[in-house]
Design a protein. Structure first.
Length: 350
């Protein structure tokens, strides 16, 4: 038998409104009252009817979180941080992923509107800016990682990649490297393009000629394929900067299968510091993105903005930093070029 909020209120000797405030984790309830209500909830095995609540107050207890793809380990800690922050404040999370597909993106936006989410964090740079206006026109607050100005119902959380990139470039320069290659993320990805531009400019300023500069999807196999262009380059690099840890791991596998040792022959760096980055061999030198903090900041930005009278957004920044592990070492001149030449000659002979 399903019990009602009125029955919980009667058992706890409080009003139904007090029960509602306790279940919504209102800070203005005494500990004694909250304990009595929760004891009654547990005794009656009471569950709120969220659909009825939505009709009663005109809005849901849902916040949306939109990511690119659920299979990418980059997003796991973002989800955890965002969800934990939401749950701590008595809200639920509607998690949706776009898979970089335009039609799926349209369905995602429709799902957010249909569920009357209070706000949504868009942690993907693959969405068009028009998506933001579509949501804000419906009164839905938005936090985005896209480089858009803060506005009414719009806040931004920027990942300061430049800080970590500067540290990474100084690190390899201190190891004596003078020729670098870049395997950037997808050309159509806004964040990947921003990182590539900052990386190429930084390398040139430090005297490390980035050549070749290629692109790759955020997958192991794509990173491995991109290595082929580097091996066939006229001037082989001694260090390879990768646009993500997944790309870097794919590159390491492809290089070692070709008989090229990492880091003795060539150093590798990634970006993200996903959980697997210290498990790969050699453990990956990478730029750490504080993803759980990013998720927490995104929710806090939404929560704060929606409580303001004018619901004016703000701009937030999370910092990156270099994590040095075993995939970088001092330059060995000509090592990669000599091995690449021998491999090419072997292929011709066979």
């Amino acid at each position: 038998m399903a019990h009602t909020m009125n029955e919980v209120a009667k058992l706890a000797k409080v009003s139904p409104a007090t029960v509602s405030r306790v279940l919504s984790k209102s800070p203005y309830i005494s500990a004694d009252t909250a304990n009595r209500v929760m004891a009654a909830v547990e005794k009656l095995n009471y569950h709120r009817n969220v659909h009825a609540r939505r009709l009663a107050i005109g809005k849901s207890d849902l916040f949306g979180l939109v990511i690119s793809e659920i299979a990418n380990p980059f997003f796991a800690e973002i989800i955890r941080g965002f969800q934990a922050a939401a749950w701590d404040r008595g809200f639920d999370v509607l998690l949706l992923n776009t898979e970089y597909d335009d039609k799926r993106t349209e369905a995602v936006v429709q799902k957010l509107v249909e569920n009357s989410v209070r706000g949504v964090a868009i942690i993907t740079s693959s969405l068009q800016d028009s998506v933001i206006s579509t949501l804000t026109n419906k009164g839905i607050g938005v936090v985005t990682c896209n480089p858009v100005p803060a506005d009414r119902l719009v806040s931004t959380v920027t990942i300061d990649y430049k800080r970590g990139l500067v540290q990474a470039i100084e690190h390899v320069a201190s190891l004596g490297h003078r020729r670098a290659a870049v395997i950037a993320g997808p050309q159509t990805n806004r964040t990947a393009s921003t990182i590539k531009q900052a990386l190429v400019e930084g390398l040139r300023q430090r005297g490390l000629d980035p050549d070749p500069v290629t692109h790759s999807d955020y997958h192991f196999d794509a990173g491995a394929s991109a290595v082929q262009a580097i091996l066939s380059a006229k001037h082989a690099p001694t260090v390879i900067f990768c646009g993500s840890d997944l790309i870097a791991m794919g590159a390491i596998i492809a290089l070692e299968e070709a008989g090229i040792d990492v880091p003795k022959d060539v150093s590798i760096l990634g970006i993200d510091d996903i959980p697997f980055s210290f498990l790969v061999r050699p453990a990956l030198t990478t730029i750490r993105v504080p993803r759980e903090q990013l998720g927490e900041t995104a929710f806090a930005a939404l929560d704060k903005m929606l409580k303001l009278k004018r619901q004016r957004g703000a701009e937030y920044v999370v910092e990156t930093e270099l994590v040095v592990r075993k995939s970088t070492s001092p330059e060995r001149k000509f090592a990669l070029r000599q091995k690449a030449t021998l491999l090419a000659q072997h292929d011709v002979e066979t």
